[in-house]
Design a protein around this ligand. Structure first.
Ligand SMILES: [Zn+2]
Ligand SMILES: [Zn+2]
Length: 384
């Protein structure tokens, strides 16, 4: 390990303080300020703030010219009430660091400490603290920010902790690792009327009833290959909770999920076609919008090779044929691949560890040393 036990203890304390003070997607101002203060202590060459919202990045320059390696962590917690009772539990009602992003930030802070003590020989290392991962908006906002131009990487790496897998064991594979997904919001508009005279209005009742089944039936929920698709109706509302009104409006929310971006484009057009057909048949107006849009997350071969080399050098066991990958959940890190080769590895959080987004989840501190060793080795292998 490149840090002393005392330094590692300080990083764990940093992680627990983050855990006590979670902020949700897009609202990470205090978290960013705290991270900024701690990064400054490691004396990076630059800290760029306000990237894509509350995002920030620390830059550590090498002496010689060379490539840029970017390591990404996430700033956001979740709008879920934590149920644990340990001392570092969330102090914010209804919010918790229940995806382990506090731990991912701690891993980057360990790297910051190491890079502050010993710069890369060539090129530069960038530690990117990205906002708003949980709603899929953050990576896109970071990449679209003009400030990102001065940070453009030649390779981007990231990790996510992974409950259900032995503590410290790594899952890593080339190709797709996370699904594309998006939230589809449908509003069907007709006309209300007295419940005794539904014929005087235009009710979306039949269209809604049919669409709930038809949208669900669009997905196959089959094997996770190029043809995989899943449509989950997550919410539906028809009219008002009243007995005197024939409904004039309906809302349907559905999450669309596929392995590839191409399959998503096809699924979106099928879903929209269905909605328009039902709207036409029912003489209804229709509005469709999308939220929480995640592209597929795909690991580039050259970035996977660097991670494998680092894992082997550090003696960390890994599995490149795990049935856990690709996974149905989404992750917005995939967007970084639009600027340079990128890869993400999954670090086992323990076989019986509470799952991500569970109210009793907590990031295992043991992963801070393992995760930061792997990334530091990759940085040294590439930049010296
Ligand atoms: Zn999450
Ligand atoms: Zn997460």
């Amino acid at each position: 390990m490149f840090l002393t036990d005392v330094e590692l203890g300080e990083i764990k304390a940093f992680r627990r303080r983050l855990h006590q003070n979670p902020e949700v997607s897009g609202e990470e101002a205090q978290t960013a300020a705290f991270v900024n203060d701690q990064l400054a202590l490691t004396r990076p060459d630059r800290i760029v703030v306000g990237i894509g919202g509350h995002g920030l990045a620390a830059v550590y320059d090498g002496e010689a010219r060379g490539p840029t390696v970017l390591i990404r962590a996430e700033l956001d917690g979740l709008p879920i009430r934590e149920t644990s009772d340990f001392a570092h539990r969330s102090r914010v009602p209804g919010k918790g660091h229940l995806c382990g992003h506090d731990g991912h930030m701690a891993i980057l802070m360990a790297l910051a400490t190491g890079l502050g003590q010993k710069r890369p020989a060539a090129g530069r290392a960038i530690l990117m603290f990205q906002p708003a991962e949980e709603n899929g908006a953050g990576a896109a906002a970071v990449l679209a920010d003009p400030k990102f131009a001065m940070l453009t990487p030649d390779m981007s790496l990231s990790l996510h902790n992974f409950p259900g897998v032995r503590l410290g064991h790594v899952l890593l594979r080339e190709g797709p690792v996370n699904c594309a997904s998006r939230g589809m919001k449908i509003i069907l508009k007709g006309k209300t009327s007295h419940a005794s005279y539904p014929e005087h209005g235009v009710a979306p009742t039949f269209a809604t009833a049919r669409l709930l089944g038809e949208l669900t039936a669009l997905g196959n929920n089959g094997p996770l290959g190029p043809d995989y698709s899943l449509v989950t109706v997550t919410h539906a509302r028809l009219g008002e909770p009243a007995f005197g009104i024939s409904p004039g409006e309906a809302h349907i929310w559905a999450t669309l999920r596929t392995l590839t971006d191409d399959a998503m484009a096809a699924l979106v057009s099928c879903a929209e076609e269905l909605v328009h057909a039902e709207a036409n048949a029912g003489q209804l107006k229709v509005e469709i919008s999308y939220e929480d849009v995640f592209r597929q997350c795909y690991n580039s071969a050259e970035a996977v090779d660097e991670l494998k080399r680092a894992l082997e050098d550090e003696g960390v066991s890994y599995d490149s044929a795990s049935s856990h990958l690709p996974m149905k959940a989404s992750e917005d890190f995939g967007l970084f691949r639009t600027v340079a080769p990128s890869a993400m590895f999954f670090l086992g959080a323990g076989e019986d560890h509470p799952q991500l987004h569970n109210p009793d989840y907590d990031f295992p501190d043991e992963l801070i040393a393992i995760g930061s060793r792997v990334f530091m080795r990759a940085i040294r292998n590439i930049l010296g």
